[in-house]
Each structure stands twice: as structure tokens, then as C-alpha cells.
Design a protein around this ligand. Structure first.
Ligand code: ZN
Length: 152
């Protein structure tokens, strides 16, 4: 599949890659095509963070199918499996300083959670986009302003 740009600075391939498990990436990308809408929301959250920090972000994990999520020992209910999260590091910026900037930022409109992860001596950020991104778009009609019929 041809790589597509999800937003200005983040691509489909970047949000479906795995440095630790390159053998699982091809199948991961096939399954990720069912989560394009969610990945676009996640990329939009990454854009807000990039803008708030003023530096590029190096994404290490985005969508993970079950095999990849198991391989990295992710939680069974991880929102990475729904394409709603990404792990990243700010490029050329101390992660503690970055956390302080993000906590004060008013630019994170679509960001649900920022988790500062410090596990086994490694540091990274985990961002979750607002869960509305995972809800389907619904269509209704009304002829009296009171009763609404769902049509799709
Ligand atoms: Zn994560």
C-alpha cells in the first residue's frame, strides 16, 4: 500500500511502524487500514503537541494489531489497538521540560490524555486522542424538532 499523509507532519507508515518488531509491520499495516479515521484523529493530536512544543516528534508506536500489541507486552485493552494512541519523544527537547509546557498549553484541543511513561529506565510520552474519535458518525432527520430518526 502507498504511504499516505494523515496530517501535515504525520504519515500512515509512521503511525503503523514498529522498530522492535519489523516482521509484524506488514500485517499491522493491513489491519490499520480499518482504523484510518482514528489514526487521523491521533495524528491531529500529535500536531497539536508538536505545535505546543515547537519541535518535531519522533513516533515510536501508533496503531498496534493484536500480534504487535502482544509482542510489545501492551495491555489487552490498549487503545493502541483502536488507533487512538501514539507513543513519541520530542526531538531535541528534554522530556520533563516538555511535560511542563504541555501541562500549561491551551493548544491540546483533541488530546484526551498525555502520559509521561518512565518504565524500566526508558522515558516516553503516550498520547490518547479524545474517544469521540472512535465513535461512528451518525445521521438523523426530524420534522418536528422533537423526534429524531436515525437514518445511518
Ligand atoms: Zn502507548
Amino acid at each position: 500500500m502507498v504511504n499516505i499523509q494523515l496530517t501535515e507532519h504525520f504519515s500512515f507508515n509512521e503511525l503503523t511502524d514498529s522498530g522492535a518488531h519489523p516482521e509484524l509491520v506488514a500485517q499491522n499495516r493491513i489491519e490499520a487500514q480499518g482504523y484510518l479515521k482514528q489514526l487521523k484523529h491521533t495524528a491531529a493530536s500529535l500536531e497539536e503537541i508538536r505545535d505546543a512544543l515547537g519541535v518535531p516528534l519522533v513516533v515510536s508506536s501508533g496503531f498496534r494489531n493484536t500480534a504487535l500489541n502482544n509482542a510489545v507486552k501492551g495491555s489487552a485493552t490498549s487503545k493502541h489497538k483502536l488507533g487512538l494512541c501514539a507513543d513519541f519523544m520530542p526531538k531535541g527537547m528534554d522530556i520533563h521540560a516538555a511535560m511542563e509546557v504541555l501541562k500549561k498549553s491551551n493548544k491540546l484541543l483533541s488530546v484526551r490524555k498525555v502520559i509521561f511513561e518512565g518504565v524500566k529506565g526508558k522515558l516516553w510520552f503516550h498520547v490518547q486522542t479524545k474517544s469521540i474519535a472512535s465513535e461512528p458518525t451518525e445521521f438523523y432527520v426530524t420534522s418536528d424538532g422533537k423526534n429524531y430518526t436515525k437514518v445511518a
